[in-house]
Design a protein. Sequence first.
Length: 409
Amino acid sequence: MEHVILGNGIAGVCAAEAIRGLDEKAAITIIGDEDTIPYSRPMISMVLDGSLTEERLPIRPGRFYDQLGIKPVLGRRAVAIDTGAGRVRLEGGREVAFDRLLIATGADPRRLEAEGADLENIFYMRTKEDVRRMLAATGRAGKALVLGGGLVGFKAAYGLLRRGLRVTMLITSDYPLAMQVDRTAGTMILEKLVRRGLEVRTATSVTAFTGRGKVTGAELSDASHVECDLVVAGKGVRPALSFLPAQIERDLGVVVGRHLETSVKGIFAAGDAAECIDIARQKRRVNAIWPEAASQGRTAGLNMAGRPVPYTGSLSRNVMRVFDLDVMTIGLVNPQPEDEGLEVIRRHDPVCGTYRKLVLRGDVLVGAMLINAIEQGGVLLSLIQNRTRLAIEPARLLEPGFNPRWLMP
């Protein structure tokens, strides 16, 4: 049996390990577009801010492929799949045959479309090579411009501040992390960032970059101009699926069923490329986070190796520290008008600097957000993941002295 895995990240690695755990003889090929052993992409921001060295990034040893009998094909990107012939074509024309295929190609950054976006010192922060080039540029830069107030934008801004640069963040929304938090939490985060030296300009975007060869400034949507000699674009990502044939159903990501199999038998998907049922929302969604990629990779690998294991669904969650502000979000945090039948409970204590928010569908918790005092976050995560029916008043979950034993019958 020829197993081919497109993607050398955590989803692909976990899939290969699951296959090998069930089948000692199966042929496994991992194809990756980076010429490197598997490493932790979420931690590259820590290399930027100086809290971690690049040597700490690998998630498996260099002998990983030999130990598991895996054939690595690195530094090559898939450009086409022939589902009928069971073959993947790579850059350069090479073809690889498969009996079972996993699409775990992750996501690519959304590219800037503004004039001058091809100038030097305009970066995307997606790979460790991106961070290497950013670090090389910081030694000759003084003013940085970060585009986007999401997780990537925040991490880039924090790292550049730590490197001694003057940083301006441009966000199109009214507050940072708008996809993860609500206005109250976003305002708390914004105030913290500004107090720590970050200039944040809201409801603003870039219309063009200026410079000769290297970027020296940017023209903004409010008709102003800002000087900068380094730019980081953190405007989100898209699943890396440009090579997919029409036979494989996709929406934002590859649509998969309960066993992470696509619309084509024998072809599976996992990680940032996969779109599966979201536990909180009960609809398909791409949850591009590390723990879900690992879990989906393992499940897909088991199914590829012949052991039918259903995937129960994914759940968005993030834990981050904004200087001395702890932020935790789980599930459906920002209900939209079309999300009917939901109840929202909040508790904000400006004096203590805490904010807690719960979102419920009936007596089932579907979302939670905690700003500081996040110790009970694991309990809330478990309640949402297991779709546990609450036997207590939901507001008691927000009490400072909440004890998980209150949930026991």
